[in-house]
Design a protein around this ligand. Structure first.
Ligand code: GLC
Ligand code: CA
Length: 535
C-alpha cells in the first residue's frame, strides 16, 4: 500500500472570518484566502510549505457560533463567498498541492436549518424525530440533568409544542438525532456532496457526542466537583460523550470516506489517551484516520498544560503507548477555542522563545502537526473591549474572541487584512508577516525552515519515536528508521544546557540560528528555552 498523504502532511488551520478580507467588509472571505495561498505554499521555501488547510466552517450560518451553527450543509455563507468561490478555492489549493479539509458539524445544526424548522413545527412532523424532543418530567423538571458545554441546561422549551429540545451547545444549536437512520443517511450524503466537489477530507466537530445513551439517562454526579469549579464538570459526561456506541457510528462514517480515494477524517475528540486512541479503531476495523490529541493545550480542563519537560514527555509517552499499530498521533498547540500558545506561556515574558521551541517540537514529533493561523508569527491573545466581544459562548469568562483576531500581514493600520473596520480588533502591530519576512531569525522563518526540513527529511516524517535520557528540564527524543536517526532536545528551563547525544551529528535545526550547520560529537548545547535537532 502506498503511504497515505496525511501521514506526511503539515496542516494549517484557517479561521475564514479572520484570514483575509477581500471586499472591505471587515470579515475574511474565500476570495481573500485565494489571494494568500502563495504564502501558505508556492512550492518554494519562501512559503510556509503546508500540505493541507483545514477551514473552520464555511457553510451558510446565522453565525451564533460563527459557523458551527450550520443552516445549510451544502452551501457557502454569503459572508465568505459562493459555491463557485469554493470550487475555485479548491482548484487553486490543488494547483499548489495543498489539500482541502472542511469542517463537518454532525452533532447539531442551526436552529434555522430547514430540518429543525420543520421538526419544531409539530409533534407529528416527519422530521420531528430528527432532533431530540422530550416533555418535562411529571414533576415539571427538565427531561434530564445534562448541561450545555457552554453552560446552563442542555434543554430549551419550544412554545409550539410545549416540549423541550436538546442542545449540547447554544440553544441555537439543536442536537441531531443520529439514532434516526434518515439523519445518518442525510449527513453521510453531505460528505459525498463535498467529496464530489473535490474536498480531500474533514475535520469532524465534537465527534464524541453524536451518539447518546439510548434513554438519555442522567449523567452521574462528579464526586470530585466543588463549588467554584466549572458548572459543567459537576457531572461525569458518560451518557453523552464517548458513549460506547459512538464508535459504531464512526465506523459507518469511515465507510463513506472509503468510497472515495485518498480522503481523510480527523476527529475533534476529548478524553483520556485511551479514549482518543479508540477513535482510530484497528487495521481490520478502521475508524478515523486521525484524532486530535489536545494534551499540549490542556491535560485537564480548565487548567492549561505547563511548558515543562516532564509534562511534555509524559503526554507523548501516553499517546504513543495508547495508540494501536499503524496509528499516528495528531497534536495541536493552539486552535480557535483556546488561548494562543504565547499567551498561555508568557507569565514571565518568555512566551515568544517558548513558542520557537514548541514549533520545533511539534514539527519533529511523530505526528500529523496542525498549526493554527497566526501562531507562526507569534500572534497573542488580543484584549477585546467589552463592547466588541462577539463570541456568545462565555465558557471562558470572555469567550474565544482573543484568539480569533485577524491575521496580521503587515504593519499598516489594517494589517493588510482589511480596508474596513475588522470584525475583531487587531493585535500588537510588531507581529506581522512583512516584518518577520525581513529577518532570518523570526518565528516565521524558523517555522518555515522546520516545515521544509520535515519535508526533505524522511526520518522526521516516518521515523519511530523513542525517549532519550536528558538533564532535568529537558525533553529529548529520537526519531529513527532503517537509514538513520535524528535527535531532538527541548530545553524548557531558562538556563543553557548540554545534552548527551546517542551519536555524533550536525545541527540541522535550532532556535538559535547561528548553531545550524555546526557539528557535534557527544553533546549538543541548547540555549535557554531553546530547541535543537541533530542528524
Ligand atoms: C467545537 C468547535 C467549537 C464549537 C463547538 C460547537 O468544539 O471547535 O468552536 O463552538 O464545537 O460546534
Ligand atoms: Ca469580506
Amino acid at each position: 500500500m502506498t503511504r497515505e498523504w496525511w501521514r506526511d502532511a503539515v496542516v494549517y488551520q484557517v479561521y475564514p472570518r479572520s484570514f483575509q478580507d477581500s471586499n472591505g467588509d471587515g470579515i475574511g472571505d474565500l476570495e481573500g484566502v485565494i489571494s494568500r495561498l502563495d504564502y501558505l505554499n508556492d512550492g518554494t521555501e519562501n512559503s510556509l510549505g503546508v500540505d493541507a488547510i483545514w477551514f473552520s466552517p464555511t457553510f451558510p450560518s446565522p453565525m451564533k457560533d460563527f459557523g458551527y451553527d450550520v443552516s445549510d450543509y451544502r452551501g457557502v455563507d454569503p459572508d465568505f463567498g459562493t459555491l463557485e468561490t469554493m470550487d475555485r478555492l479548491i482548484a487553486e489549493c490543488h494547483r499548489r498541492n495543498i489539500r482541502v479539509l472542511l469542517d463537518w458539524v454532525p452533532n447539531h445544526s442551526s436552529d434555522q436549518h430547514p430540518w429543525f424548522l420543520e421538526s419544531r413545527s409539530s409533534k407529528h412532523n416527519a422530521k420531528r424525530d430528527w432532533y431530540y424532543w422530550r416533555p418535562a418530567k411529571p414533576d415539571g423538571s427538565l427531561p434530564n440533568n445534562w448541561r450545555s458545554v457552554f453552560g446552563g441546561p442542555a434543554w430549551t422549551l419550544a412554545k409550539e409544542t410545549g416540549e423541550y429540545y436538546l442542545h449540547s451547545f447554544l440553544k441555537e444549536q439543536p442536537d441531531l438525532n443520529w439514532r434516526n437512520p434518515e439523519v445518518e443517511a442525510a449527513m453521510h450524503d453531505v460528505l459525498r456532496f463535498w467529496f464530489d466537489r473535490g474536498v480531500d477530507g474533514f475535520r469532524i466537530d465534537v465527534m464524541g457526542m453524536i451518539i447518546k445513551e439510548p434513554h438519555l439517562a442522567d449523567n452521574p454526579l462528579n464526586p470530585a466537583w466543588k463549588p467554584g469549579d466549572r458548572e459543567r464538570s459537576s457531572q461525569l459526561w458518560v451518557n453523552n460523550r464517548n458513549y460506547h456506541e459512538v464508535y459504531d457510528a464512526v465506523k459507518r462514517i469511515r465507510r463513506v470516506f472509503d468510497e472515495y480515494a485518498g480522503r481523510m477524517a480527523v476527529g475533534e475528540v476529548f478524553g483520556t489517551a485511551q479514549e482518543v486512541a479508540d477513535y482510530y479503531g484497528s487495521p481490520s476495523m478502521p475508524r478515523l484516520h486521525l484524532a486530535f490529541n489536545f494534551q499540549f493545550i490542556h491535560e485537564r480542563e480548565p487548567i492549561y498544560t505547563p511548558w515543562e519537560a516532564e509534562t511534555l514527555r509524559r503526554i507523548v509517552r501516553n499517546a504513543e503507548a495508547a495508540l494501536p499499530d499503524g496509528a499516528q498521533p495528531c497534536y495541536a498547540l493552539a486552535n480557535h477555542d483556546r488561548s494562543r500558545f504565547i499567551s498561555r506561556h508568557n507569565a514571565d515574558g518568555h512566551g515568544l522563545v517558548r513558542a520557537r521551541a514548541a514549533t520545533v517540537m511539534l514539527l519533529t514529533l511523530r505526528n500529523t502537526p496542525f498549526l493554527y493561523y497566526g501562531e507562526e508569527i507569534g500572534m497573542e491573545d488580543v484584549d477585546v473591549p467589552e463592547d466588541r466581544l462577539q463570541d456568545p459562548a462565555r465558557y471562558r469568562s470572555i469567550g474565544r474572541d482573543p484568539e480569533r483576531t485577524p491575521m496580521q500581514w503587515d504593519g499598516n493600520e489594517g494589517r493588510g487584512f482589511s480596508t474596513g473596520q475588522p470584525w475583531l480588533p487587531y493585535g500588537r502591530i510588531d507581529r506581522n508577516v512583512a516584518a518577520e519576512n525581513r529577518g532570518q531569525d523570526s518565528l516565521l522563518a524558523l517555522t518555515r525552515r522546520a516545515i521544509w526540513l520535515r519535508k526533505r527529511t524522511p526520518v522526521l516524517r516516518e521515523g519511530s519515536y523513542r525517549e532519550l535520557e536528558a538533564p532535568g528540564g529537558v525533553f529529548a527524543f529520537e526519531r529513527s528508521n532503517g537509514t538513520g536517526a535524528a535527535s531532538v532536545a527541548i530545553n524548557t528551563t531558562g538556563t543553557a544546557v548540554d545534552v548527551d547525544l546517542p551519536r555524533p551529528g550536525t545541527v540541522i535545526l535550532s532556535t538559535d540560528l547561528r548553531q545550524e550547520g555546526t557539528a557535534c560529537a557527544t553533546t549538543v548545547p541548547v540555549e535557554p528555552f531553546g530547541a535543537v535537532v541533530v542528524l
